[in-house]
Write a protein that binds this ligand. Structure first.
Ligand SMILES: *[C@@H]1O[C@H](CO)[C@@H](O)[C@H](O)[C@H]1NC(C)=O
Length: 466
């Protein structure tokens, strides 16, 4: 009698409430024992949308360590990229095996990788409706998070952080605002947020990349003088006097188009200026490249033309031509039927690809910048804006201008920070917002500088010195 009552209580109120059916017990390609639990399954978003999540518990102290949500961008790209090529505990390799990542973020935190919105990766909509918008995405993600804490109630007492990259610059702050405003009384214990190479303002991103290109040796003086003369007030080249983002002068428009051709269109790797442009026959790569460049110069009169040209080039690529990134290893791995079974993907769900054309094509962007969101957030929770400083998709300078323009009180002067005995980048701290660069990293910071990235996120979350 006593025993069964106790058993009943343990079952209902016990700490081990994690969903057994989502636990990953045998992951193909993982040829060593892992010292943490991991789960893969679905969380329910808005209107029954089924969002695929992959949760890796901390290998340190899962019951005490914070829970971190990670989101890749696009819009339309998969967070499996973050898991398997950036900050996850096991990284994909060309032979299809998973290699241990000593700098995984799950060495200090529990990490949820969420594929959102519906139709990205293995996520799906029951009515196959892939059309969505910024506000719907944050709502759907908010509901999915509530579902996560229903599945894993034991983690609700832990601190919670939202992180993401690229178009995550929109996903992260909009979701954080929703959680803090807590329309559903869900009491998600949000303690902070971090955005890596985020899209924070289209205008500042577009304006800054033109400076970035010149000062990284991409154009030369003739083009630069012409740009400054025709796009800037009184021939003064600074962020306030130049308008490379929405020019009206026809010579300026032409100059910007030439500069942007060099930056985005002629074989440089836009995600890492000094990185190799990888050769791939995989259309997924192209899609990702195509998707990520779509946010650039949206308001520029020449943008459409530039974009069409870009698209034309992508479509005409032969298998050996360089779209610069390569997700074939991930694609092969995740579409392996044994892998799908081991991570509990139902048979009716589409094949995995890095970015979804359908999501991208139907996506409604509602925000020109995140100023209002950051103003609200910085009066509630700490934030981190970090940038690999050789990325050209969402370059460090645009995000630095964005943060500076918020007018927050500086609490620590700009200084170098170190990883081991090397300079890892620069840091400046404002009231509730840290601005950090990672020297020599591109768009995917944890991929390019894993050790520095882990030190950075650890410093932010655990409030240690960078
Ligand atoms: C698909 O979703 C969008 C966004 O919620 C909505 O506006 C549209 O009506 C939906 N389409 C259909 C066919 O239900």
């Amino acid at each position: 009698m006593w025993h069964s009552a106790l058993l009943f209580l343990t079952l209902v109120f016990g700490v081990q409430c994690a969903p057994k059916e989502d636990e990953i017990t045998d992951l193909p390609g993982l040829n060593y024992a892992v010292n943490f639990k991991h789960y893969s399954g679905y969380l329910e978003g808005w209107r029954g949308k089924q969002l695929h999540y992959w949760f890796v518990e901390s290998s340190r102290n899962p019951s005490e360590d914070p829970v971190v949500l990670w989101m890749n961008g696009g819009p339309g790209c998969s967070s499996m990229d973050g898991l398997l090529t950036e900050l996850g505990p096991y990284l994909i390799s060309a032979d299809g095996t998973l290699k241990k990542n000593d700098f995984s973020w799950n060495t200090v935190t529990n990490v949820i990788f969420l594929e959102a919105p519906a139709c990205v990766g293995f996520s799906y909509d029951p009515h196959d409706n892939c059309t969505t918008s910024d506000d719907e995405v944050s709502l759907s993600n908010y509901m999915a998070l509530q579902d996560f804490f229903r599945k894993f109630p034991e983690f609700k007492k832990n601190d919670f952080y939202i992180t993401g990259e690229s178009y995550g610059g929109i996903y992260v702050p909009t979701l954080a605002v929703r959680i803090l405003q807590d329309e559903d009384n869900a009491n998600i214990p949000l303690k902070g947020f971090a955005v890596g190479n985020g899209l924070s303002s289209y205008k500042l991103n577009d304006n800054s990349i033109v400076f970035f290109g010149y000062y990284h040796g991409l154009y030369g003086d003739n083009l630069w003088s012409s740009l400054v003369h025709h796009c800037c007030e009184n021939d003064r080249a600074n962020s306030d006097s130049c308008n490379f983002a929405t020019p009206t002068n026809p010579i300026c428009i032409k100059g910007v188009a030439i500069a942007m051709d060099i930056v985005y269109n002629e074989g440089l790797n836009m995600y890492n200026l000094y990185g190799k442009c990888l050769h791939s026959s995989n259309s997924g790569k192209m899609k990702r490249y195509f998707t990520d460049v779509g946010h650039l110069f949206r308001s520029q009169p020449k943008q459409k033309e530039l974009f069409e040209k870009f698209k034309h080039r992508l479509m005409s690529l032969k298998s050996s031509d360089p779209p610069c990134t390569d997700s074939r290893d991930m694609q092969n791995y995740l579409n392996n039927p044994e892998v799908r079974a081991s991570i509990h993907i139902p048979g009716h769900v589409q094949e995995w690809e890095i970015c979804s054309d359908r999501v991208y094509a139907g996506y409604q962007r509602q925000y020109e910048n995140m100023v209002e969101q950051y103003k609200y957030l910085t009066s509630h929770v700490p934030g981190l804006v970090y940038n690999g400083d050789v990325d050209m998709a969402c370059n460090f300078l645009g995000d630095e201008w964005f943060v500076e323009q918020l007018g927050l009180k500086a609490v620590e002067r700009r200084r170098m920070w170190h990883d081991g005995d090397q300079v890892a980048g620069f840091v400046k701290r404002f009231d509730n917002l840290d601005l950090v660069t990672i020297r020599g990293a591109g768009h995917m910071v944890p991929q390019d500088k894993p050790s520095a990235a882990l030190k950075m996120i650890t410093s932010f979350i655990f409030k240690k010195k960078y």
